[in-house]
Design a protein around this ligand. Sequence first.
Ligand code: NAD
Length: 364
Amino acid sequence: MGFFDAPALNHHEQVVFGYDEETGLKAIIAIHNTSLGPALGGCRVWNYESEDDALRDVLRLSEGMTYKSALAGLNLGGGKSVIIGRVQEIGNEAAFRAFGRLVDSLGGRYVAAEDVNTTPQMMEWVSEETEYVAGLDPEMGGSGDPSPFTAYGTFVGIKSAANKAWGSDSLEGKTVAVQGLGHVGMYLVKHLSEAGAKVVVADIKEDKVKEMLKYKNVSAVESDAIYDVSMDIFAPCALGSVVNDNTIDRLKCRVIAGAANNILSDYDKHGKILLDRGVLYAPDYAINAGGVINVYGEFEGYNEKRSYSRVNHIYDVLQEIFKRSEDDGIPTMDAADILAEERLRKIGRLKQMRRSGKRLFSKI
Ligand code: NAD
């Protein structure tokens, strides 16, 4: 099959391959869709087994960013980049400046940010070569660590799901099981505890668990036991694919709502099972959009207060998703995709018309 026939290419606008012999940089930038705005997406360093794997990953991730930003109501398109190699070898100034030049060559169609295995320092190197980089440290004029915003958005999303499930968004007395106490999980636990929830936590790192026990109403279980906890809400904040054939029957909860990406290992299959069982699933890319919403603020002059207020919008987005899912009898993930596509069509079309100088309404 030729490159242009690859199913993963799925409507991508542009894919750019960058190679720098001197530094050994091998990078791919995928721009999925810019109809709502510049394609913002993280830059990931990964030692892929093959270049095909790298290409597949970057295409999948950039498409995901289009949907995430569209659904969050942002004027951003979807893109992503990957740098192939080990971070110990490629994570240096020369390679990242070469990457910065590649980003710059796209003239703002793609805006890079931090992702798996990239650091604020690396993004600072990128920024030496291009202005099209976001999420820098506050000292550099950026919006800093997105995790507190992702955590707050997840908290707001959990309240929205609670409202749908029980008719009230109070978490007082509700048991929430939080899996993973990293950058996002640790802030989420604090919000939940302050809201009066009973929080059960698990992490493979003991020190992280200990740290959380200082909050009110927080207890811990061994990491694998989290699936069997008697809980109202399961909040996965560690890895993807944690709702799978082995765990789905163990989960006795009414709501699944957490920050992790790709929570369901098979969206069609597990989404349908959850729907049939009456388990409300908050689609991951809707509930974990707090970070990208925060970064978006940089495009208009960053203001932390405004970011937090925008993140509150996740509550309403989820209500819309739950309603569409109920009205159409479809899994929430499908409802989220439909709503994102609707916005892309409606608003993206308006933007395109404006860009090409056409008037939206001609004078009669
Ligand atoms: P992180 O790496 O800081 O934290 C992950 C935590 O999960 C770590 O403490 C790790 O020890 C723990 N963990 C790993 N395996 C585990 C297991 N089997 N059981 C229990 N705990 C386990 O990551 P993060 O930034 O907190 O992100 C968490 C999730 O949210 C990821 O899936 C990430 O892709 C997603 N996400 C994060 C952001 C963000 O702003 N950081 C934004 C969107 C989505």
